[in-house]
Ligand binder design. Structure first.
Ligand code: AMP
Ligand code: MN
Ligand code: MN
Length: 331
């Protein structure tokens, strides 16, 4: 029995017994887990005959274009902003991460929060927050499986299985990270039996880099710095992305390189999204609490993976500030 069965049942009961207008929302800078969980809960609600829209105002990640469905995704501008939606927020550790127009949120009937971030800001009139689960997709999988069990009605088809598998594989780093548990493998096996397109997902996510990305990667790796043998920091300035014609959204694959070096405990990847806006990713191997470190810069996330945004600093100054704080986390 899942220790959150009560929360799951409350959400299922609410969805089944209310004819609300549901709005599935993404978080800012959506990733595989966010897109996967949003698309699967959207499809689930559609299968239940619910009135539901999926809103994503941020840029859709290019590497996930194989999941893109123009009939599903809308922006806040495309929908009736005066409507009182019941917002379903997925994978958003904080209210401020919900990427929907403020007016829609202010007007909303309420928020249902489904999330696995340790820094979850405790919002929503219904919540299913389990910080031990690998991914929000694992939570959505538990919700749908519970529904299937109660109603004896099969919901997970090839598409939903593919959405869910995408989030599982991205948030567990291909089943490598410490958030990968027995339940993750059981879920993967079940999804494959339902037709998840595993080989397509692997190809699109891990075997699809452009040649220019490799050139930029080479430059980035050449510039890496090691601090006190345990921290690795890599920075990519906007100028380099422009030089190699690589988009900001296409360089996340550099993040793991910062951590995956012998002896390094903490990896820091600094991306200059635009002048004056720097996005930082933290990754740790064994003991540094990345979510704590990120929260010192008003960010958040998980123990082994977290992020933050730094405004109004150039790359060098941001790096200096990050290194100063990060050193304090070393043993
Ligand atoms: P990333 O480094 O962008 O892959 O993010 C790693 C984890 O940290 C993800 O679970 C994100 O949801 C979370 N995260 C990233 N940036 C932020 C932020 N600015 N505020 C809160 N959480 C974040
Ligand atoms: Mn996410
Ligand atoms: Mn996630």
């Amino acid at each position: 029995m899942n220790r959150f069965t009560k929360e799951i049942d409350k959400i299922l009961e609410y969805i089944q017994s209310n004819d609300d207008k549901f709005l599935v929302s993404s978080h800012v800078s959506p990733d595989g887990d966010n897109i996967g969980s949003s698309l699967s809960i959207y499809s689930f609600l559609k299968k239940l005959g619910k009135d539901v829209v999926y809103v994503l105002d941020d840029e859709y990640p290019k590497n996930l274009s194989f999941l893109y469905d123009e009939n599903i995704k809308m922006t806040s501008k495309d929908i009736d902003q005066k409507e009182k939606y019941t917002v379903i927020a997925l994978d958003a550790g904080d209210y401020s991460r919900i990427c929907v127009d403020d007016k829609i949120l202010e007007n909303a009937k309420g928020i249902i929060c489904i999330d696995h971030h340790i820094t979850n800001g405790d919002y929503g009139f219904l919540k299913y927050v389990d910080t031990e689960e690998s991914s929000t997709c694992e939570l959505v999988y538990n919700i749908i499986m519970r529904y299937e069990c109660i109603t004896d009605n099969k919901i997970i088809d090839e598409n939903i299985a593919t959405y869910l598998y995408t989030g599982l594989i991205t948030d567990t780093g291909n089943f490598q990270y410490s958030n990968t548990r027995e339940s993750s493998f059981i879920m993967a096996a079940e999804l494959m039996s339902r037709g998840a397109k595993k080989n397509l997902i692997v190809e699109k996510l891990f075997q699809n880099n452009s040649v220019n990305f490799y050139k930029l990667l080479g430059e980035a790796l050449n510039g890496l710095e090691i601090i006190q043998s345990q921290i690795c920091i890599i920075a990519v300035a906007k100028e380099s992305m422009d030089k190699y014609e690589v988009e900001y959204g296409d360089i996340d694959a550099i993040t793991p390189y910062t951590r995956d070096i012998e002896g390094v405990e903490l990896g820091i990847f600094v991306k200059e999204k635009e002048i004056g806006e720097i996005k930082v990713s933290f990754r740790s191997k064994n003991y540094v609490d990345c979510s704590k470190l990120a929260s010192e810069f008003s960010g958040g996330g998980h123990k082994r993976a977290a992020g933050c945004t730094i405004k109004d600093l150039d790359v060098e100054l941001a790096k200096k500030m990050l290194i100063e704080k990060a050193i304090g986390y070393l043993k």
